[in-house]
Design a protein around this ligand. Sequence first.
Ligand code: PHE
Length: 339
Amino acid sequence: MLDKVNKLIIDVQAFNTKNKEEIEVFRIKYLGNKGILKELFNAFKGVDSTLKKDLGQALNNLRNTAVNKVNELKDDLTKNTTKKFVYGDLTRPSEAISLGSRHPIAIVKNRIVEIFSRIGFNISEGPEIEDDWHNFTALNLPKHHPARDMQDTFFIETDPAILLRTHTSSVQVRYMKNNKPPIRTISPGRVFRNEDISARAHCIFHQVEGLYIDTDVSFADLKQTLSYFTKEMFGKSKIRLRPSYFPFTEPSAEVDIYWGLETEIDYKITKGTGWLEIMGCGMVDPNVLKNTNIDPKKYSGFAFGMGIERIAMLLYQIPDIRMFYENDIRFLEQFKSVL
Ligand code: PHE
């Protein structure tokens, strides 16, 4: 009987499977109520007492080996399943990669740039930190000129003045200094004004300004160019120019587009008039041309400038300018479908 038990120990040690049912069959075979061990322990009772010591040890050994084997195989099984879980089902379709979206300011800027590039305007850029000359003096705003108060300025240094540009007209000054007419350029960029933040105004915003200088450029060219732009941008080409004042243009005008009065929102945003102010413009003041070494007797030109936030607010009916800078994903995601 001892030989039989030792042989069974070897069998048990050699047993292997990765199948849950087979493990259970094995367990019942050896350790079950009517299993081999039960049977052997029963037979053990009738064995001659001189043999009991060795046989008893062997039987205990067999039982422990079988118990360990079952536990070991079950452990392996759970390890295998976690391994499977890590790799997952490789045939499943993958999850969609979520795409980002452009910021509405970038979308509108790109559209404006694209519309003007179709009629031959290039893009020019300049520094956000400017000196007094490029931001003010060259633009016919000498020191102590009252019109400087129209654009509350963030100064970095006072003497000589270094500041955050208050408009992208400073880029046009640089462009005029470095290029000879004909000039057709638009300058998009970020500008800074020391203003209280509210639903309609922010101390940091974006502008696009345009400049056209050549021989015989007239006010009619300006009006034609702007109505082309408003048609492409808003699908509305009816505009009117109201006299206004900018130190760097003469004459100067404020541009309104006829928005219409079809919906309640139209009434609200146009204050019941149907007209909406969208930008400033004018004929470049001869002093500005002189300041940038362009001969005002030979050349003339027009300039215009608009706030990108304002245009975006109109296009997408955004009620509060602060939404552009909060980076709230729920706001930004709404522009996903727009290029
Ligand atoms: N620079 C002006 C502003 O920031 C806009 C403007 C540009 C007006 C060009 C006329 C001509 O308000």
